[in-house]
Design a protein around this ligand. Sequence first.
Ligand SMILES: Cc1cc2nc3c(=O)[nH]c(=O)nc-3n(C[C@H](O)[C@H](O)[C@H](O)COP(=O)(O)OP(=O)(O)OC[C@H]3O[C@@H](n4cnc5c(N)ncnc54)[C@H](O)[C@@H]3O)c2cc1C
Ligand code: SF4
Ligand code: SF4
Length: 1024
Amino acid sequence: MNAPSPSLAELTPDQTYEQVARVTQEVAATLAKRLRQHTRGEVLFGLADRGRYATDASIYQVMPTGVFVPRDIDEVGLALDICRDLKVPIVARGGGTSQCGQTVGTGLVIDHSKHVRRLLDIDVEQATAVVEPGMVLDHLNTELKPHGLWYPVDVSTSGQATLGGMAGNNSCGSRSIAYGNMVHNVLGVQAWLSDGSLLDWGPYAQSHGQAREIGDYLRQLAHRLAPDIEAQFPKVLRRVAGYNLDIFHNQNPRPYTSDGSVNLAHMLIGSEGTLALTRQLKLKLSPLPRTKVLGVVNFPSFHQAMDSAQHIVKLGAPGQLMAVELVDRTMIDLSLKNPAFAPTVRSALLGEPQAVLLVEFAGHSKADIEPLLDQLEELMGDLGLPHSVVKMIDDTAQKNLWEVRKAGLNIMMSLRGDGKPVSFIEDCAVPLEHLAEYTAALTEVFERHGTRGTWYAHASVGTLHVRPILDMRRDGATKMRAIAEEASALVRRFRGAYSGEHGDGLCRGEWIHWQYGDAIYKALRDIKAHLDPANLLCPERIIAPPKMDNTRLMRFPPGYQVIPIQPALDWSAWNVQNDPRTEETSEPGTGGDPAMGLAKAVEMCNNNGHCRKFDAGTMCPSYRVTRDEKHLTRGRANTLRLALSGQLGPDALTSDELIDSLSLCVGCKGCKRECPTGVDMARLKIEVTHQLRQKKGLRLRERLVATLPDYARHAARLSGLLNLRNQIPWLAALTERVLGLSARRSLPNWESHHFFNRGTMGVNAQEALTSNQAVVLFVDTFNGHFESETAADAFKVLSAAGYHVHIAAKTPAGHGANQGHLCCGRTYLSTGLIEEARAKARELLAALKPFAEKGIAIVGLEPSCLLTLRDEYTALGLGEDADLVARQSLMLEEFLARELKAGRLDGLKARLRTINQPILVHGHCHQKAFGLMPDLMDIVKLLPGAAPRLIESSCCGMAGSFGYEQEHHEVSMQMAELSLLPAVRSSPDALVVADGTSCRHQIWDGSQRHAIHVASLLARHLAR
Ligand SMILES: Cc1cc2nc3c(=O)[nH]c(=O)nc-3n(C[C@H](O)[C@H](O)[C@H](O)COP(=O)(O)OP(=O)(O)OC[C@H]3O[C@@H](n4cnc5c(N)ncnc54)[C@H](O)[C@@H]3O)c2cc1C
Ligand code: SF4
Ligand code: SF4
């Protein structure tokens, strides 16, 4: 008989995770079986699923035994019972955005973010709310807004961070100087101990039963250690290390409770899932600030900025000063390089400051608080910096500047190459009077170790974020320890807190003992043993943690290797190295990636979780409808990284797990624009699909989609016959069975008289090349064959604006619509046929090059086609011709907006008739990815009387052929129902403008409303 396997909890910390995983295979199988038997939750024990939960926003990676996604909160209790029985540890998880490895660990990961996220109660009078732990902060605040309330712990990750995770980490927001940290804003917690008892943790004085006993135990510990607590706990607001034993002898400058009483719930805040599992939280809400003003103080030196913070925080009455946030020169420079941020940043600068502090005041009216900006100005004058304050009263200007500050970390993280800004000492907190000295000393430490850091964030509370650039595949871990040792000495010198905001996790657990000394650390150990004697909850965190530089626990452990691959697209721009001091990158292709840059492009994902957002913007539609980690940009990037590094077994790049994870990616390019590090999953999917085609060939449906541009003109002759499919139900059913095209969809209608057989129109090539009013109209297959009116309308509008329009054609002497239509190759790209796409691209470039050389604009109508010239073509290795043509290629609205700004559209404007109908505008994802929506709105507004409303929508869900595919019909409709279709239905009299062919089709299918292209909108309002 086999010897019984040791339980995970019995293993010592220095046993590697590989060993842990091996010895528990048998237990894991039983665990999965019992979870399936006793719950309705998702039980994810496959390698890829576990791999997707093996990382968070830290540098660590630990394979869990399995993942459980409970359907309701009480299933967490059931899972706990099963785990206790089998002695399998539990790692609780919310959004997984922790920076220190709090949510990575062996055992069962419980993901609270998908289902257990209800708002259970709001008491407006008492200003309290009760929530389940998986609820996201922004979602709570949306619910609270109508009541004039908010939950003010405004972490930068507010769109992803769950309240359970925030409580776990004792998170802190930018406005903590006014509101405190999580611990100051939680009134009660209902949570399970590892023995299964469910306790209400609240005011100690009113507690009873087991909670009271625990309270008594903690109190006697705290009383015994009162002198140690007094001596060892840092006296700073931002201190999140270990357990809050000081609730009985408060050392925090801000009282934990308004009346100084003890609340036992505060013991769990910051305990990182090691003491109990949260079932629900009772939160203290605050009134929404009525109004705010912002003073931006410009400093000639970083040191002066740091030195001034201690004086600035004294301004205003209590509750008026909301934030003092730092943006340093490097961050200013990086923001100025970003076209979206540059104008905002410029508006806040006076000359060339080395740093700015954003000083925010709130109050009842602008008149109340504007004088505070005068006081700020006066103070700066007293400190020798007169005329250094830019006053921002306007709310939009303030909001825009805060967006830049919030994006700070993300701007930094976009650095390519193996050196990355690493988070490990980025939130040490020191008393304000030492801030200048501390930052100067730490800067020297970085220099000594051959790196540097960019400083930003919470100057008001002495917590400045800084991440030195380290290469974690090479000497990063060694340098990390050396820098950490020196930083900790500085923290001690200035009597600060080593762990001030982002928690302990794997990265800072070992510093808890260092911070508090023997006596208190022993007490923390006793608390853990008392509350979790089985060591079931997140073992090896806070108590007995591993070394921070244990490379075996890292995402890039020793021996990390990338499988050599010859990609079909050009990824060399990612295949670079960087200089940690200057951040300059080496030449493309020199980074040493065996996958020629593909792996490095994937590794850009640092797991920060920004793609889990639901706000405006596009990213990530498949996550928005499924809430599955697997169908999230981050989950896909992780799956790809594991595959490319051989961690998912052989052939992982074409494995079912990878295909499954990419299956709902609609290629919207939302991530390309909105992911802070620019992970471009749409392009990655093309590469993977190509690799798959190489191995498994093409299905009939994909072949039909890919080659559509080639057979379209023949099919058009059979339009009457082919269109029967949309009229006869059994034919639709047949196409579903044979081709997998959903019978619930109408297919685009073939036109017998399409754009390409309309005969000659416009000027010929020669005339265009010699005209100074020429424009080339590139009509794509879809508008040309299925909605030729749109192409004709574009021709009409451009002609009415006075341009000599040449229709791009295959024939060199082409003169009009019937000279052989050109194709961008998009259908080939989306089916992974990169060689064929390249051939199409070459043909198109050859036709367009002469016009591009003359600086003639090439105007397109279908976003996914025209923008392929500016995006994917750069990765097809097409040489300079591609760049030349890309520079001249514009969407119609872009071209018209450019001409409008140049004052060349007066003729067109004079001919446009007034519109009296409301207009709704839906942007195609690729238009959004390229930032074209402002242009589109400007062009719609050319119509007199037009007051267009932009629908805040993600992808429409159709996404080329995706929505037509039978297996994707449902998810496609769910994407459309997120906001697009409800918005269309709620304005029954509105005219809907949508430039994407498939968007228009989706709108028709979902609402029976005909949407039109902006070209048609203008054409229909042209006076004769
Ligand atoms: C770009 C970026 C910016 C950030 N900015 C800030 C910031 O401004 N302020 C700040 O404080 N932090 C910040 N963080 C860190 C992190 O986002 C926050 O700590 C956040 O609150 C974590 O929320 P989460 O839902 O992702 O929690 P997770 O990371 O999933 O979990 C956090 C902890 O809570 C525990 N936990 C989760 N659910 C439960 C439960 N039901 N019961 C018991 N324990 C549980 C976990 O085990 C873990 O220890 C930032 C991180 C990133 C990547
Ligand atoms: S894909 Fe981008 S947004 Fe998502 S976690 Fe990775 S880096 Fe963050
Ligand atoms: S391309 Fe779109 S669907 Fe695909 S991962 Fe990116 S945001 Fe998500």
